[in-house]
Design a binder for this molecule. Structure first.
Ligand code: ZN
Length: 181
């Protein structure tokens, strides 16, 4: 569980990154930064800060902030009730993000899963995103991502976000209790 102090610490760090990147958000949004620690208790390794500013029946947009080396755990967005799962486009705005998706393994990958948690990070196809670069992840495709040494900000554009249906590779992560991206 995230303490109030932790929430305040990571939320204000996220705001510093957004400011550095020149991404302006409203005062209300600043008060509603979400901090995900996936109930694992190692937020600097596995965690994420985010600001959601659209989530309608058709589309969703967020800013994701990752601290240096911070990693979003591997997950997928399955079909629900005959409707496709979430399709996501990640566009890097600041720093560098290492994205891993299902598919052919990339040799000499530039980063690794968080130490000691390798079994829950199975995707080995690497896509490196620098500011202005983007990648679209199709529904129900496993993916995880990690920030480089300077942290990263990623704008996410997607179809409707339904946190509660996400499937994480790490069985300790229960979707309903964690923000998904
Ligand atoms: Zn996702």
């Amino acid at each position: 569980m995230l303490t109030k102090q932790d929430y305040e610490k990571y939320s204000s760090l996220a705001l510093e990154y957004l400011e550095k990147a020149g991404i302006v958000i409203t005062e209300t949004e600043k008060k509603n930064v979400e901090v995900a620690e996936y109930e694992l208790g190692c937020i600097e390794k596995v965690g994420l800060e985010l600001v959601v500013y659209v989530n309608t029946e058709k589309c969703c947009a967020k800013e994701l902030v990752l601290l240096p080396g911070q990693t979003c755990p591997e997950h997928r967005h399955p079909a629900i009730g005959g409707e496709d799962g979430k399709e996501e486009t990640f566009r890097c705005r600041y720093g560098k993000v290492y994205l891993y998706v299902e598919g052919e393994e990339t040799e000499n990958r530039q980063t690794n899963p968080p130490e000691g948690m390798e079994e829950y990070f199975t995707c080995k196809k690497e896509i490196v995103l620098n500011p202005g670069e983007q990648y679209t992840i199709m529904p129900n495709t496993l993916h995880w991502f990690r920030a480089g040494d300077c942290g990263a900000i990623v704008s996410e554009f997607s179809t409707k976000s339904r946190d509660e249906y996400d499937i994480y590779t790490d069985p300790r992560i229960i979707a309903a209790g964690a923000r998904q991206v």
